[in-house]
Design a protein around this ligand. Structure first.
Ligand code: SF4
Ligand code: SF4
Length: 357
C-alpha cells in the first residue's frame, strides 16, 4: 500500500497564540499550499464554529498567520460550514452566522468572510454522482462544491455514532447538505429501553424530529419520524437509549466515507486536511458544553490524504492516552470509516509521519 505524507507539529493550546498561529502557517507551507493555490481561487476553509457553549472548537486567533498567507494568494477564501440536522444555534444560516461571529469568525475578527454553504435552511445543494456501494449520488452543499480548493480544518474528537470525528467526518458529513446528512443517518435509529428509562423527558426536548413520545411510563421512539441524528443518545443521562452499535454505526461510517470520497474526488487533488489535536473530547463540538478532555494536547497534523491524517491522528491519540479512549466513550469501532475510506480509494492507511519541531 502506498504511503502518504503526514506532517506533525507538536503543540498545546496553552502555548502563546502567536506561536500557535505560526505553527498553522508552517503546516500550510509544508503542505505546499502556498504554491498550489491559484491567484483569485475560491478557497473553502471548512471548519466547525462550535455549538453555543462549546469551548473545543478551533480558535480563529490560531489561524491568523494562515489566513494572512492565503489572503496573499487570493481574495476569495472564506470560512464555511453547513447547517445541522439537530436543533441548535447552527440549524439555519442566520443563527449559524451569528454564533460563528460570537466565536470570532467574521470578516472583521478572523480576516475572512463566512459563508454557510448549504443556504438558509440547508436546502442549497447539488447532487453529484458517487456510484458506490451505499451512496449512488451525494447531496453536497453548493457553497463548498463550487470552490476551487477545499481546506478541511478539523478538531479531532470522539463521536457518539462514528467513534471518532476528524477529516473524513468533516469532509463526508460536514460538506453534505441537510438531505445528504439525512441520507447518511438513515437506518441508524436508536431504541429506548423502557426498563432503564426514568421518563424524565429530556430527550423529547432535544429530538429535532419530534420522534419521541411518552407512553406507558417511559419514552419511546417513533421509527417513522426518527432521522437517526443520535441526539437522544447523547442527552440521556441514564443510558436508556440504545443503538445497535456494530450494525448501525458501520452503515453510517461507510456512507460517510463514501460521501467524503465523492467530495474529495470532485476537488481533483485540490484538497488539504489539517487536524487539530487539542482538547480532544468524548463528544464532538456540536455539544453545547465545556467537555472534559480525554487526551492531553498533542499538536497539529496535516496531509493531502484524509484517511492518512485521521489514521495518524488516532494513532497519536491512542499512544498518548490510555487504552482506546475513543472506545471507552462509546463502544463504536471507529476504524471502519478509515478502512472503508482506504478500500474505496479516498486515501491510505499507511503513512510517513514527518515531524516538524
Ligand atoms: S432522556 Fe433517557 S431517561 Fe429521560 S425520557 Fe429520554 S430515554 Fe428516558
Ligand atoms: S429519536 Fe433520537 S435519533 Fe431519532 S431523531 Fe430523535 S433525537 Fe434523533
Amino acid at each position: 500500500m502506498k504511503k502518504s505524507r503526514v506532517y506533525f507539529i507538536p503543540g498545546s493550546r496553552k502555548e502563546e497564540t502567536g506561536a500557535l498561529s505560526k505553527k498553522f502557517e508552517t503546516l500550510y507551507l509544508a503542505l505546499g499550499l502556498d504554491e498550489s493555490i491559484a491567484k483569485d481561487a475560491f478557497v473553502a476553509m471548512k471548519i466547525h464554529f462550535g455549538e453555543k457553549g462549546n469551548t473545543g472548537y478551533i480558535k480563529p486567533a490560531w489561524l491568523k498567520n494562515l489566513v494572512h498567507r492565503i489572503r496573499q494568494r487570493t481574495g476569495r477564501a472564506y470560512f464555511t460550514d453547513t447547517n445541522t440536522l439537530y436543533v441548535g444555534q447552527r440549524s439555519n444560516a442566520i443563527d449559524h452566522l451569528q454564533l460563528a461571529a460570537r466565536h470570532g469568525f467574521s470578516l472583521e475578527k478572523s480576516g475572512l468572510p463566512v459563508h454557510i454553504a448549504d443556504g438558509l435552511i440547508g436546502e442549497d445543494d447539488e447532487e453529484i454522482k458517487a456510484g458506490l456501494k451505499r451512496i449512488k449520488t451525494a447531496k453536497i452543499a453548493a457553497g463548498i462544491l463550487h470552490a476551487d480548493w477545499l481546506i478541511c480544518l478539523s478538531h479531532l474528537t470522539g463521536h457518539v455514532q462514528t467513534g471518532v470525528g476528524g477529516a473524513i467526518k468533516n469532509l463526508g458529513m460536514g460538506c453534505a447538505s441537510r438531505a445528504g446528512k439525512l441520507e447518511q443517518h438513515a437506518e441508524a435509529n436508536p431504541r429506548i429501553s423502557a426498563k432503564a428509562c426514568r421518563n424524565c423527558g429530556i430527550c423529547l426536548d432535544y429530538c429535532p424530529a419530534g420522534a419521541i413520545v411518552q407512553k406507558d411510563g417511559s419514552a419511546a421512539i417513533l421509527n417513522e419520524k426518527c432521522i437517526g441524528c443520535g441526539e437522544c443518545l447523547v442527552v440521556c443521562k441514564f443510558g436508556a437509549v440504545k443503538m445497535r452499535w456494530g450494525e448501525d454505526s458501520s452503515r453510517l461510517q461507510e456512507k460517510m466515507a463514501e460521501y467524503a470520497f465523492t467530495v474529495w474526488k470532485h476537488f481533483n487533488n485540490q484538497a488539504a486536511f489539517i487536524n487539530v489535536l487539542f482538547q480532544v473530547t468524548k463528544d464532538c463540538d456540536c455539544m453545547a458544553a465545556d467537555q472534559p478532555v480525554i487526551v492531553e494536547d498533542i499538536g497539529l497534523l496535516g496531509s493531502l490524504d484524509a484517511v492518512a491524517v485521521d489514521k495518524a491522528s488516532v494513532d497519536l491519540a491512542l499512544k498518548h492516552g490510555r487504552k482506546d479512549v475513543f472506545r471507552k466513550g462509546y463502544d463504536v469501532d471507529w476504524s471502519l470509516q478509515l478502512k472503508h475510506g482506504a478500500a474505496i480509494g479516498l486515501g491510505s492507511l499507511e503513512y510517513d509521519l514527518i515531524e516538524i519541531p
